[in-house]
Design a protein around this ligand. Structure first.
Ligand SMILES: Nc1nc2c(ncn2[C@@H]2O[C@H](COP(=O)(O)OP(=O)(O)O)[C@@H](O)[C@H]2O)c(=O)[nH]1
Ligand SMILES: [Mg+2]
Ligand SMILES: [Zn+2]
Ligand SMILES: [Zn+2]
Length: 501
């Protein structure tokens, strides 16, 4: 607990108290030696000056006095020392218990409410970021209850700063400790929120940015208002991003996800916003991560993608037309723009490189399953009428032909997607997903709803995977976001037979 030297005044009983104790003891001894010296002087001045009898008398008298000082003085010093140290130890113990209790309450609160900070630059996670003194801007690296104070500490500048969550610490300006240790200042505006982190991953041009664009716009402008949730952007940069998102949504385009050449810039970019509502205490901070596909597949990220270690859900987007047999079957029905936009990266290659990344970051071993929910989303289903095979009408047909087999539409869709992949030679991919991800579900979507640049987005099937991920990520989301009927036992899906229906 708080052992690093901090730019603050230590509690009296842990710092100056001991100096004072030492001074008291030293002072008492000094007085004793002074008295002894005085008696010695008496003897010395008597020698030669007084008669022999008087000298012997004074010698005895002063020697007795010296012995008395040695005995009584030591005793008094010892008693003084004992009382002093007892008082110090009592207060020290009381304060120690005090800050330990406060420290535990603070920690338990943070962990129980799932409060932490996720830096949008370096992707580093921290429970207690570096807090900045509002008066002198000094950086407090371990602002927790401790020897510098239980509920507050006094900064070297004299400013009182809170040391615990329940005392308002989260309202101080905070910076990322990881960035700071590398000499950068990244402000964290998390304000004691509970983050919901969802990376959207996949190869190049599979439709990740389109997916995020459709989700963000519809979530912020449709889903949240319908549920009386208030949305606030994390910072100015993110609110600027939303302007771009709205513009792309309006025109039906997608931005090229920047692949920064500057190695100091992050390779994955989060779109981050708070969700506030009566049920969310503390407020939620949604981070949706977009990454340039080629960086993702080549493992050439500038920063370690630590969010894979603490995220609560992952959306893996796959472009069905990157599967050779699908492309072969449907190419004649695709528009030139759609053909130009096909993601070329091999899906098996992508999942393998993703698993290697997860291994590096989370220390996952070969036999281990990943417990983070994975939504596999087949994108661009508007193209070549893929929705006819996987969309609403296909679900209706399936349910009519197989009464009682599944009791909700989303399970049927999951089944149809898996079957589609197996039928198109992707069994290996499906096996890897089932083997590695304990909780996985398949979805189909079209983010733009049509070929790009042909009018505003008309998203289909975007919200279901995100709703599923959010509900898995957050127990309050699970109870207040209920637009889709998901099966209560997602694990049952693993037993879906792939042959014959
Ligand atoms: N028809 C259709 N094309 C899409 C859709 N989403 C993405 N695309 C196409 O795929 C290309 C790449 O999309 P983008 O979101 O930038 O992919 P990213 O590289 O994964 O971020 C776009 O230029 C579009 O041509 C969709 O929902 N429907
Ligand atoms: Mg992109
Ligand atoms: Zn200060
Ligand atoms: Zn950082």
């Amino acid at each position: 607990m708080a052992n690093d030297p901090q730019p603050a005044k230590k509690s009296y009983f842990f710092g100056k108290g001991y100096k004072d104790l030492w001074n008291t003891v030293k002072g008492a001894w000094q007085r004793n030696t002074e008295s002894i010296d005085k008696y010695k002087d008496n003897i010395a001045s008597s020698k030669g000056a007084d008669t022999n009898v008087l000298f012997i008398f004074k010698w005895i008298l002063n020697s007795l006095a010296i012995i008395a000082v040695l005995i009584c003085g030591s005793a008094i010093t010892l008693i003084l020392f004992a009382i002093n140290i007892a008082i110090l130890l009592i207060f020290m113990t009381v304060i120690y218990i005090g800050f330990t209790v406060a420290w535990i309450i603070d920690r338990v609160y943070l962990l129980q409410k799932k409060i932490f900070t996720a830096c949008d630059e370096c992707k580093g996670k921290s429970l207690i970021p570096v807090y900045i003194c509002p008066n002198c801007e000094e950086k407090h690296t371990k602002l927790t209850p401790g020897v510098y104070g239980i509920l507050n500490r006094t900064c070297n500048c004299g400013e009182k700063v809170p040391t615990a969550f329940f005392n308002g610490r989260h309202r101080l300006t905070a910076i990322c400790p990881h960035c700071w240790s590398e000499g950068r200042i990244t402000y964290l505006n998390s304000r004691g929120s509970a983050p919901i982190c969802i990376p959207v991953v996949g190869g190049r041009s599979v439709g990740k940015t389109a997916f995020i664009t459709a989700f963000s716009k519809d979530f912020i402008e449709k889903v949240a208002p319908a549920k009386s949730w208030e949305v606030e952007f994390y910072n100015k940069a993110k609110s600027g991003m939303f302007e771009e998102i709205k513009n792309d949504y309006q025109t039906g385009s997608t931005r090229m996800t920047e692949r920064p050449q500057d190695i100091n810039k992050p390779s994955s970019i989060s779109f981050s916003f708070f969700v506030k509502g009566n049920e969310f205490k503390p407020e939620r901070l949604v981070h949706i991560y977009d990454i340039a596909g080629e960086v993702f597949t080549d493992n050439s990220e500038n920063e370690i993608q630590n969010q894979y270690g603490y995220c609560q859900g992952i959306a893996l987007i796959i472009d069905p037309f990157s599967i050779p047999s699908v492309r072969y079957k449907f190419e004649s029905e695709l528009t030139p723009e759609d053909i130009a936009g096909i993601g070329r990266a091999d899906i098996n290659g992508i999942i393998n490189s993703f698993l290697n990344k997860l291994k590096d970051i989370t220390g996952l071993t070969d036999g281990m399953k990943i417990s983070v929910p994975l939504a596999v989303v087949i994108s661009k289903a508007d193209s070549a009428g893929l929705f006819n095979e996987l969309g609403e009408s296909a679900v209706n047909t399936f349910m009519a032909n197989n009464p009682g087999k599944y009791n909700n539409r989303i399970d049927v869709q999951d089944y149809l997607c898996r079957k589609f992949l197996v039928d198109n030679g992707m069994e290996n991919f499906l096996n890897i997903i089932n083997l590695k991800f304990k909780n996985n579900r398949f979805f189909v979507c079209s983010a733009i709803g049509h070929t790009r640049n042909k009018g505003a987005y008309q998203p289909k099937g975007i919200m279901e995977p995100m709703e599923w991920l959010f509900r898995n990520a957050d127990s309050k989301m699970a109870t207040s976001w209920k637009d889709t009927d998901f099966t209560k036992h997602p694990f049952a899906l693993k037993s879906i037979e792939m042959q014959g229906d």
